[in-house]
Design a protein around this ligand. Structure first.
Ligand code: NDP
Ligand code: MG
Length: 402
């Protein structure tokens, strides 16, 4: 029997010093990408940025590369290629451009972890390439799992490639599951802030302009996800993301509105016990967790203070008003290519709304009509997913004469 007061109540193996990790930041010029580079800059002994990619923002990509000195950068749009090459080649940085450049970079052996923060369907191919290259993925790009979650996860499992979520809700669930390998999940509870139009009704939403919708109360994010948060489509995409990430039956996934965004999500186990992960809403936290996993590293981010704010509210989502959430749930239960079609129609709808071509409630209508139009495929191949995506995009665009 052990005696003595020095025996800790809870003992852990001492922390191993982390080997510096080479991070490939896909979508480095976006909201998640720039915050990732902040985390890397704040931890120079732990992380280095070795690949950076942008779509068209050559100016910011150049600034980032001068600061971080990656070995490779990608500027997808060829318009920006000459400027980026002129600025970075003299520094010994390889500059790639064009449609296939993202996959080429994802196949490069010179990185240890991909931070997948491209927005939308465009993130799928490079992420699949990282799995083929057997590189762990810190996944922010939820659309990858919404479109082809079954294939992505199957390939990751077969290749033993860890996928660590960056999306705050999924990071919360992932953190709640540490140490619970053999325990069954009864359900997961995804929290949603409710977005800027929480409590509003259709007669208000019909007049909403993009300037209103782009003002999120708790999170500062890229334009597409901010609109998705306002329509609650973001939570619908997150249900599908969670389904694949945690291998759950759709019926085990619940959404609850929690306007303060302090509880980032919860897991309920089969004994009824519920674990929650909490903290102030700051994406740098799940980003840092994913980069350093399985370790936690210190930081100076502000802390939640129980002495200051004491009220946490919860209520069910209003799916009669926010019908995108109902549509996403329907797609999740239907399975097959339905989520891919939903996602493509939503990307076009958000694009149209951001260009004032579509009203706020028209987005739902466009998604619903596209889902009714594109033929259902029960067990799609990867090619089927790409075809369904293209078909849905074309049909949705035709609805607003794009
Ligand atoms: P942003 O719009 O801020 O950034 C998107 C990034 O992807 C930019 O680097 C952009 O390059 C690049 N990009 C855009 N289109 C393409 C394309 N067709 N091909 C290649 N690269 C492209 O998005 P966010 O950072 O907000 O979101 C990124 C992902 O993370 C999304 O899937 C989102 O759902 C998810 N996420 C985001 C959160 C957030 O807080 N922002 C929270 C949780 C998840 P360029 O700048 O040159 O256009
Ligand atoms: Mg989220």
């Amino acid at each position: 029997m052990q005696t003595g007061s020095s025996t800790p109540a809870f003992s852990e193996a001492p922390k191993e010093p982390l080997q510096p990790r080479r991070i490939a930041v896909f979508g480095s010029t976006g909201s998640i990408g720039t915050q990732t580079l902040d985390v890397i800059r704040d931890n120079p002994n732990l992380f280095v940025a070795s690949i950076l990619t942008a779509h068209s923002n050559a100016k910011l990509l150049i600034e980032q590369a001068i600061l971080h000195r990656p070995h490779t950068v990608v500027i997808v749009e060829e318009q920006g290629y000459a400027d980026v090459r002129e600025a970075l080649q003299p520094l010994g940085i390889a500059v790639l451009s064009g449609a296939a450049a993202l996959e080429e970079a994802a196949g490069h052996p010179g990185y240890d972890l991909m931070l997948a923060a491209i927005v939308g369907f465009a993130g799928l191919k490079p992420t699949l390439q990282a799995i083929t290259t057997r590189r762990p993925i810190a996944l922010a790009n939820k659309e990858t799992l919404v479109v082809a979650g079954d294939i992505v996860m199957q390939r990751a499992v077969e290749g033993r490639v860890p996928i660590i979520p960056v999306d705050s809700e999924h990071s919360a669930i992932f953190q709640c599951l540490v140490g619970e390998t053999y325990n069954r999940i009864e359900k997961i509870i995804l929290t949603a802030s409710g977005g800027p139009f929480f409590g509003k009704k259709p007669n208000f939403l019909v007049n909403v302009r993009k300037e209103h919708a782009l003002q999120h109360p708790n999170w500062n994010m890229g334009a597409k996800i901010t609109i998705d948060s306002a329509t609650l489509m973001n939570k619908g995409l997150e249900m599908i993301e969670a389904r694949w990430l945690f291998n759950l039956e759709p019926s085990r996934i619940q959404v609850v509105i929690h306007p303060q965004s302090i509880i980032h999500s919860m897991v309920q186990f089969e004994d009824g016990s519920i674990k929650a992960q909490m903290g102030l809403p700051d994406m740098k936290l799940p980003i840092q967790y994913a980069l350093a996993y399985p370790q936690r590293i210190p930081n100076r981010f502000p802390r939640f203070d129980f002495k200051r704010s004491s009220t946490l509210n919860f209520e069910p989502p209003d799916i009669r008003t926010f019908q995108n959430l109902a549509l996403a749930s329907e797609a999740m239960f239907k399975g097959g290519n339905a989520p891919a079609v939903l996602n493509a129609a939503n990307e076009i709808a958000v694009f149209g709304f951001l260009r004032n071509r579509l009203g706020f409630l028209d987005m739902t209508d466009m998604i619903e009509r596209t889902m009714a139009h594109v033929p259902y495929i029960e067990q799609p191949t990867l090619d089927d997913y790409f075809e369904s995506d293209g078909e849905a995009r074309n049909f949705a665009a035709s609805l607003m004469n794009m």
